[in-house]
Design a protein around this ligand. Structure first.
Ligand SMILES: C[S@@+](CC[C@H](N)C(=O)[O-])C[C@H]1O[C@@H](n2cnc3c(N)ncnc32)[C@H](O)[C@@H]1O
Length: 254
C-alpha cells in the first residue's frame, strides 16, 4: 500500500476502506485517547486519511496536526471539517529517508500522537523509517495510541474459513509459480493480502519489541474486536467469539 494506491483510492475512500472508528463498538480507542486529552496539549494524527478522527480529537485537544502521505486524502479532510479551526494539515511521507517535505514537523514535537491503521506497508525498510519518525514527533513522556492489523487474527480467520468452508473457502485456488513464492516470502514477514494488496500484519510480541526499540514504554496492548461480518460475507450464525481483531497499543515516549 504505497502513495499511488492511497492517492487513487481517495475519492472512494469512504466505501473502500475499513472504518476503525465506526467498527470499534467497544469505544476502547476513543477511551484511550480521552485518557490523556487536554485543551493544553497538542496531538498529531499520523496517517489521518480523510480525517475520520478529527471530530474525536479537535474538541478535546488544543491543537491537532493531521498528516498523511496522500494529498487527495488531505484535501478531502480539510473540506469536511471547516468548523474546527485548531487543525492543521500537512503532507508527510512517514517512510521518507528524511522528512524534507515537512518543515514544520522537523522543528516540532507533539504532546501526543495517534496512528490508526497506517503502518501497513509491506516494505520492512519503510516500516522501520515510519516507526523512527513517529518516535521523533512525540515529546518525552508523551502518549501514543497505535492501532495495527493483527497477524494472529488474520491467521485465525483463515483457519476458521478453511475448516468450516466459510464463503466457500475450499474453492479458493492455491497460488502457483511466482505468486506462490512471493506469498510464502511475505507471510514469513507477517505480510498478507487485504483486498489483494500485500499488507503488514503484526504479532503482539513483535509490536511490544518494535515499540520498545523505537523508544516507547508500552503500557498496554489490547484487542479491538470487530464483527465477523467484517471478515466474511456470510459468517455462520454459530460463529460468535473470539471475534476478529486489530491490536491497539497505548504507549508513552521514553
Ligand atoms: C487505512 S488508512 C487509515 C486512516 C485513518 N487513520 C483512519 O483510521 O480512518 C491509512 C492511511 O495511512 C496513510 N499512509 C500510508 N503510508 C503512509 C506514509 N508513509 N506516510 C504518511 N501516511 C501514510 C494513507 O495515505 C492512508 O490515508
Amino acid at each position: 500500500m504505497e502513495k499511488g494506491y492511497w492517492e487513487k483510492i481517495a475519492p472512494s475512500y469512504e466505501t473502500e476502506i475499513f472504518d476503525v472508528l465506526k467498527n470499534d463498538k467497544s469505544g476502547k480507542i476513543v477511551k484511550a485517547i480521552l485518557s490523556f486529552a487536554s485543551p493544553k496539549k497538542s496531538v498529531i494524527d499520523i496517517g489521518c486519511a480523510v480525517g475520520k478522527w478529527m471530530p474525536v480529537l479537535a474538541p478535546v485537544f488544543g491543537k491537532v496536526h493531521a498528516i498523511d502521505i496522500s494529498n487527495n486524502n488531505l484535501k478531502i479532510a480539510a473540506k469536511k471539517y471547516p468548523q474546527y479551526t485548531n487543525i492543521t494539515y500537512e503532507r508527510v511521507d512517514m517512510s521518507a529517508t528524511t522528512l524534507l517535505s515537512a518543515p514544520s514537523i522537523k522543528v516540532k514535537k507533539y504532546d501526543s500522537a495517534i496512528c490508526i491503521n497506517a503502518i501497513l506497508t509491506s516494505s520492512l525498510k519503510k516500516r522501520n523509517l515510519f516507526f523512527k519518525h513517529m518516535a521523533s514527533f512525540i515529546k518525552k513522556g508523551g502518549d501514543l495510541v497505535l492501532v495495527v492489523p493483527s497477524l494472529e487474527s488474520k491467521l485465525f480467520s483463515h483457519i476458521i474459513a478453511n475448516k468450516y468452508n466459510i464463503d466457500e473457502a475450499k474453492k479458493d485456488k492455491a497460488p502457483t509459480g511466482k505468486r506462490a513464492i512471493s506469498q510464502i516470502r511475505f507471510i514469513k514477514d507477517g505480510v498478507t493480502d487485504i483486498d489483494d494488496v500485500p499488507t503488514k500484519h503484526f504479532l503482539k510480541e513483535e509490536l511490544e519489541l518494535l515499540l520498545n526499540l523505537a523508544g516507547f514504554t508500552v503500557e498496554k496492548i489490547e484487542k479491538i474486536n470487530y464483527k465477523w461480518s467484517t471478515e466474511f460475507h456470510k459468517p455462520p450464525s454459530w460463529l460468535k467469539t473470539p471475534q476478529p481483531w486489530d491490536w491497539m497499543v497505548k504507549a508513552t515516549k521514553k
